[in-house]
Design a protein around this ligand. Structure first.
Ligand code: ATP
Length: 548
């Protein structure tokens, strides 16, 4: 699909999300907080449905997986042990021309021989950047409209300025291997590390007061010494918002295993909020600072991890596809050795083809015995498992005590919501009530994910029709099916509104209902309508939802 068509789909989904109440910008009336989103009346239902489906398939339907719901704030030693305090950081770089700050590991990477056009947003900006480059680097790039030309990658370590018609560079600069994502600028600062965890303080401490008196008493110290002292004061009462849900499953491994008498292999699952102070928040809810995850730690015998990694990769892939209109837009990608996290020995990303290309939706990682061993080391508590049935491979004696290896399928619930919004969005040309061509937007959400399963619409607001409709809605609620009574606007407009909301079934109550006890049921995707007995509609909807 053409790039502008793709970006317009993203814009359409963002706009429909706001109009229909799926996703709103956080704090919008104050100008909005770029890195956070609120899930509206339909969004909250969709998100819960995705997460409930995940819980059902990962916990309820499996004898080998149990669930927990741990606190977001944990002991800060947890993050020390897991490596997040030292290692959970992104390489950050600033563009020296535009001041754009971005993640080096996500930046475009032109290869030796590639030209490096600097793409500005308009002519005015191009003139400003042209002058800035001339001033800072003493070269005059050629401006063509809003693009600056003349730079080219020479090899892995250098790029050069090639004046027009010259095939040799007049000036050579160090090349980092990537350029800034927005403008394509290769003029970049050094990489710096930045911790992604949100820090706060716990307890009745006056950190600012302690820092003030420390600075007053230590005016002879240089900047670095002062910074170290302040860091120590802050750290003594610091707590962190969890950047992943996973660690609680390691920390509560023994409690969970013993309380439920679990035998290896078994898993502990959790879903909920995680927080990362992301430098680049991007693509709507794809990457935000507050998001929801659905993670499971599956504890296996050492040596069996490869088999289980492939097993979970396939199970998770099938789960995502099972709710999608376009399963061919999902694929998995094997991590290269140099992109593996510090704890992982192998990893697959389940990717989706977003409007900007394939990108991560879920990671399925083989985390070795790293986390349990680290927590055992830092806490002094033995986090191991004793298998009475097996012989110890080292001694040959009956009974084997070992630290389990871990396979982790870690999915983004909010990222999944974006995937299903994009997958559901359809524009169609359909005949209107008079048989003329008209266009409709329909969100073909899987019925089990759809926020509202059935809308009950009285044709008119009189003659006892609203009463019949409300009674039906309440019978749906009693059966645990989310239904909605809707009497606003013409029936045609109501159908279109529910097409955009993704409601799979609309039931219309009309004059005939009072005469013969029948109602009309309309299918969102086919727009077919059929007359059914009113007293069978609950059973029919239940059956259709079960069959999907
Ligand atoms: P990325 O490479 O996209 O930054 P990651 O590899 O750091 O993601 P994990 O730590 O493996 O992500 O987290 C598991 C899942 O949580 C991801 O696959 C993604 O779906 C989701 N996720 C991670 N960070 C964010 C975020 N900032 N916003 C929304 N979802 C996120």
């Amino acid at each position: 699909m053409a790039e502008n068509q793709n970006s317009s789909i993203m814009e359409k989904v963002i706009s429909l999300s706001k109009q229909r109440g799926f996703v709103f910008q956080s704090s919008e009336i104050y100008g909005g907080l770029k890195s956070a989103y609120d899930y509206g009346p339909l969004g909250v239902e969709l998100k819960r449905n995705i997460m409930n489906e995940w819980w059902r398939s990962m916990v309820h339907e499996r004898e080998d997986v149990i669930g927990i719901d741990a606190s977001i704030i944990m002991h800060s030693n947890v993050w020390q042990a897991s490596g997040h305090l030292s290692g959970f950081s992104d390489p950050l770089v600033d563009c020296l021309i535009s001041n754009e700050r971005f993640r080096a590991d996500k930046a475009p990477a032109p290869l030796p021989g590639d030209t490096l056009p600097i793409n500005c947003k308009d002519k005015g900006q191009a003139k400003v950047y042209q002058a800035a480059i001339q001033k800072q680097f003493n070269i005059e790039l050629k401006r063509d409209g809003k693009t600056l030309h003349g730079l080219k990658v020479i090899d892995d370590f250098n790029f050069g300025f090639f004046p027009e018609k010259e095939d040799k560079p007049t000036d050579i600069f160090p090349y980092r291997g990537y350029v800034s994502p927005t403008f394509g600028s290769p003029f970049l600062s050094d990489e710096r590390k930045f911790n992604l965890m949100f820090r706060s303080q716990i307890g009745p401490v006056d950190v600012l007061g302690d820092i003030t008196s420390y600075v007053e008493k230590n005016q002879n110290l240089d900047n670095q010494e002062l910074r170290k002292g302040i860091e120590d004061i802050v750290s003594s009462s610091a707590v962190y918002l969890r950047p992943e849900t996973a660690q609680a499953m390691f920390v509560q491994f023994l409690n969970c295993q013993q309380s439920m008498s679990m035998k290896i292999p078994f898993g502990i699952a959790q879903m909920g909020k995680s927080f990362r102070n992301e430098i680049t928040v991007e693509h709507f809810i794809f990457r935000s600072c507050e998001f929801e995850q659905m993670e499971m730690e599956y504890f296996v015998e050492p040596g069996s991890q490869k088999k289980w990694l492939e097993y979970w990769r396939d199970v998770r892939m099938e789960w995502w596809k099972s709710f999608a209109n376009c399963p061919e837009k999902f694929r998995y990608r094997t991590h290269e050795k140099d992109e593996l996290a510090h704890y992982a020995e192998a990893c697959y990303d389940i990717e989706y083809e977003y409007p900007w290309g394939f990108d991560e939706l879920e990671g399925v990682a083989s985390r070795t015995d790293y986390d349990l061993k680290k927590h055992a080391e830092h806490s002094g508590v033995k986090l191991s498992y004793f298998d009475q049935q097996k012989d110890d491979p080292q001694t040959g004696k009956n009974g084997w005590r070992y630290t389990p290896f871990v396979i982790e399928p870690a999915a983004g619930a909010t990222r999944g919501l974006l995937v299903y919004l994009l997958d559901a969005y359809h524009e169609e040309t359909v005949p209107d009530a008079d048989g003329n061509k008209s266009s409709r937007v329909v969100m073909k959400l899987h019925p089990r994910l759809a926020p509202i399963k059935v809308a009950v619409l009285p044709l008119v607001k009189k003659d006892g029709l609203p009463e019949i409709a409300r009674e039906m809605v309440s019978s749906f609620f009693k059966a645990g099916i989310n239904a909605r009574y809707d009497e606003q606007h013409s029936i045609g407009k109501r159908y279109r509104r529910h097409d955009e909301a993704g409601t799979p079934y609309c039931i219309t109550i009309d004059g005939q209902t009072r005469e013969d006890g029948t109602v009309t049921i309309r299918n969102r995707d086919t727009m077919e309508q059929e007359r059914i007995a009113q007293n069978e509609s609950l059973h029919i909807i239940q059956k259709r939802l079960m069959e999907t």
